[in-house]
Every structure is written in structure tokens, then in C-alpha cells.
Design a binder for this molecule. Structure first.
Ligand code: RM4
Ligand code: MN
Ligand code: MN
Length: 431
């Protein structure tokens, strides 16, 4: 079993572990073990070849908190700007070929705006990603959308989401992912069960509009903006409603949408087991739905999620069909830089998860070798995968240092001046 204090203190002594595993990169590199290094690099490269994460269009625009907005001169104000910014993140990282769109913000005229989006997608070589309906901002949705007691409002919400399905079809973007703010603020003010019924009916009607290959992803959130009950508050409710909707409906896990200390990777394991895992909205959080940069607070959490997916794929010898997406609202960092940082962190954590020695872990789990099993997982997490990722970038013809490449491109200075002028111009006309 593992190293004793004696052989830790005496580096010349023979290792007591039977075989070197893929978690020993640092040691193998130090010892000049080229074959092990090659294997590790190969694992990382294969993982990265197949890893993409979708950017949110709203991540490039000015956003705020309920206390106010701090605007940035460089923030995008048009859909063209958002596509252009996303293209720079993709050019720097090679990991983000698609852009999630929020219909009300990006296609305010609905289907009529599709040709413009197609044109932008062509020009910037960024595909339209998931289509996000907006049934939470209009005044009509004050008491809910698909769960509203008023049938006319329910109809309006359903019609909007059905239009989003048509938009997604026209843009050849597979997923439609509605998030419902529906709920209530005070006990006794709404009939919770009636609203479940409205959601079951409404989502089934929405599902009927899906074409083959399209998917409806149901997102859950425990609270905010509703503070007493939220109609789709957790993954169990989301699974039941997705099942009621139909077979092309799956669950979307937003990492920020959980109570403190909830075991998110266990939820992911359940969803994988039940074939209900549709996609992620990645972000980090310290308190609630903070929408902080992925991995900024708890990178081990994201690693553990990736690990559950990778070990599932290894057991089933298949690749799980999951949409990895970012859903972050960053007000203070330079927006494009934050997205580059996010994509790089996602790649690093995914690469670490690819280094877990699944065969070894399965054996250790079977024998309940607790410390060694845990160390197999932790060992992968603590590997420095950055040199191998840098080499992968070089092989892909990508900049070896994405952030530095972006900073020297001059793009930020250009848009700061161009967009800043327009914004100042806009303000002046109100003066
Ligand atoms: C919600 C949720 C949704 C996002 C909205 C704007 O908290 O995360 O995915 O579209 O915010
Ligand atoms: Mn979300
Ligand atoms: Mn959220």
C-alpha cells in the first residue's frame, strides 16, 4: 500500500505502489518516465479534442445586480457585437464554437430576426447555440408564465416557447432551454398543485412542437425571484416535468441553482443513470445564484461533476450527449477576458477529470479501499495539466496563452473606443 513515512523521507527507496498510475504525472515527469508522460498527454489531448463549452450572448452585454448596473465601454450592445466577442473567445481558446441566444434580448422580433442571426453566424463562424425563451420579464408574467392562474397568460407563454422551437429549428441549433421564474412569495397565495398541472399540460404541448432531434431542457432553481415556492425548484421536479413533457425533454443543471452544500455531482449521477441529463449552465457560487466565474470558488466541485460524467462514459463506453454551457453574469471583470478565463478553466478541470484512472478506481471502490480510492480521484485533481493543454493548443494552431493572445490582439482597445463613443453619444442625446 501507499508510501510509508520512511520512503517519503528517503527518496532513493523503491516505490511501494505496485504500478505507476496515470495520476503520477508529476513524478513520472520528474523521473523522466516518457511513456507515462505520453499516456497522460494523450488522455488530455483526446479529452480536449471533444470538449466544447457554449458561451452565453448575455455574458458580453452590460448586466447588473438588483442594486444597479456598472457599465463597461467595451460591453456589447448589439447582437453583432456579441457574435464578434464570442468569435474572439473561440479564436483564443478553440473551445467555444457556439453562442447561446436569449430570444427577447437577441431576437426581439422572433422568427423575423433569424436571417440576421444566420448572417452573423456565417460571418463570425460561430454557430447559434441553445435558444433561451424569455417568459420572466414581461409585465404579463408578474404572477407566472406557464404556471400562471390566468389561461390567457399561460397561452402567451406557451406560444412564445413554441416560437423559440421554430427559431431553434431555423437556426439548426438543437436545444431550447426555458427557465421559469414562476412561483409565489407568500404561503397560501397560490395553489401549488394546480400549478403543477398547468406545467404538465403546458410542457406537453410545447414538447409536441419539437421536431426530431430537437430537445427541450428543463432548468430548475430553488428560489429567486420567487421566495416562498418556485414551481420548478429542484432536479426531482424537473425530471418529473420533463417526463410528463415527453421523450425529447431532459434536465438542465445550473450549478448555481442549488442550496448550500448540496451534492451536485450526485444529482448528475442520478440524471445520467436515468438518462435525463440534458445540459449544464456552468458558473460558480459562494452563497446563492451568484453567477461567478466557473471554478473561481470551488474548482473541485466542477471537477467532481466532470468525473461523474467521465466515469459514466467509461463504464458505458459511449459519450454522454450533454450540452456544456456557461451561464454567468459578470459585472466587474472585462467580459471577454472573463469568458476566456472560464473556457480555459473548464478545459483544465475537464482534462483533470480525464486523468482519473477508472480501472484502478473501480477496483478500489469494489474493495472499499477508501483512502486509495479517494486519493486516485484527488491525485488526478492535483495534476498540473496546463503544460499538456499548452501543447494541445500548439498542435491545434491555437495561441499557447489565450489570454495574452487576446490582450495583444488590440481588439479590446478597438471596441472600447468604438462602442464607448456610441454609448457616450447615446447618453449625450438625452442631456
Ligand atoms: C436565471 C437562470 C437562467 C437565465 C436567467 C437570466 O437565474 O439561470 O438560465 O437565463 O437567470
Ligand atoms: Mn441558468
Ligand atoms: Mn441563474
Amino acid at each position: 500500500m501507499g508510501a510509508t513515512i520512511d520512503n517519503l523521507l528517503s527518496p532513493g527507496l523503491e516505490r511501494s505502489c505496485d504500478e505507476l498510475n496515470s495520476n503520477d504525472l508529476t513524478e513520472s515527469v520528474l523521473n523522466g518516465d516518457a511513456s507515462m508522460q505520453d499516456k497522460t498527454v494523450e488522455l488530455i489531448w483526446n479529452a480536449l479534442d471533444n470538449f466544447h463549452i457554449e458561451l452565453p450572448s448575455w455574458g458580453f452585454a452590460d448586466t447588473g445586480t438588483r442594486f444597479g448596473k456598472f457599465t463597461q465601454a467595451a460591453a456589447a450592445t448589439t447582437l453583432e457585437g456579441k457574435f464578434s466577442d464570442a468569435a474572439h473567445v473561440h479564436a483564443a481558446t478553440g473551445a467555444c464554437p457556439t453562442l447561446a441566444l436569449h430570444v427577447q434580448w437577441d431576437l426581439p422580433n422572433g422568427l423575423k430576426d433569424v436571417p440576421e442571426v444566420q448572417d452573423l453566424a456565417r460571418r463570425f463562424a460561430i454557430r447559434a447555440g441553445s435558444i433561451n425563451p424569455n417568459v420572466f420579464q414581461n409585465q404579463d408574467y408578474k404572477y407566472g408564465s406557464v404556471g400562471n392562474p390566468d389561461p390567457a397568460i399561460r397561452r402567451m407563454a406557451i406560444r412564445h416557447i413554441v416560437e423559440c422551437i421554430a427559431i431553434s429549428g431555423a437556426l439548426a441549433s438543437r436545444d431550447v432551454s426555458p427557465w421559469f421564474a414562476d412561483g409565489s412569495n407568500y404561503p397560501g397565495t397560490q395553489n401549488i398543485r394546480k400549478r403543477i398541472g398547468y406545467f404538465e399540460e403546458g410542457l406537453a404541448e410545447i414538447h409536441a412542437a419539437l421536431k426530431p432531434g430537437q430537445r427541450l431542457l428543463i432548468e430548475y432553481k430553488p428560489f429567486e425571484p420567487a421566495f416562498y415556492h418556485t414551481d420548478i425548484a429542484d432536479w426531482g421536479m424537473a425530471v418529473l416535468l420533463a417526463k410528463a413533457a415527453g421523450p425529447q425533454s431532459f434536465v438542465l443543471v445550473d450549478t448555481g441553482h442549488h442550496y448550500q452544500s448540496q451534492n451536485i455531482e450526485q444529482i448528475v449521477a442520478w440524471l445520467l443513470h436515468k438518462n435525463m441529463m440534458g445540459g449544464f449552465h456552468f458558473n460558480d457560487r459562494r452563497y446563492a445564484d451568484d453567477d461567478l466565474t466557473l471554478g473561481s470558488i470551488d474548482p473541485y466541485q466542477i471537477f467532481r461533476i466532470f468525473h461523474e460524467i467521465r466515469i459514466f462514459e467509461w463504464e458505458h463506453q459511449c459519450s454522454a450527449d450533454i450540452a456544456y454551457m456557461v451561464d454567468q453574469s459578470n459585472n466587474l471583470k472585462v467580459k471577454i477576458e472573463e469568458m476566456i478565463q472560464t473556457a480555459c478553466t473548464a478545459q483544465e478541470l475537464y482534462a483533470k477529470a480525464a486523468l482519473v484512472n477508472h480501472e484502478q478506481l473501480a477496483k478500489l471502490q469494489q474493495h472499499c479501499s477508501l483512502v486509495d480510492a479517494e486519493e486516485t480521484l484527488r491525485g488526478a485533481f492535483w495534476q498540473d495539466v496546463r503544460p499538456a493543454i499548452q501543447a494541445w493548443r500548439k498542435r491545434q494552431g491555437l495561441p499557447e496563452d489565450p489570454m495574452q493572445a487576446f490582450r495583444t490582439s488590440g481588439y479590446l482597445e478597438r471596441i472600447t473606443s468604438q462602442r464607448g463613443k456610441k454609448k457616450r453619444g447615446g447618453l449625450a442625446s438625452y442631456a
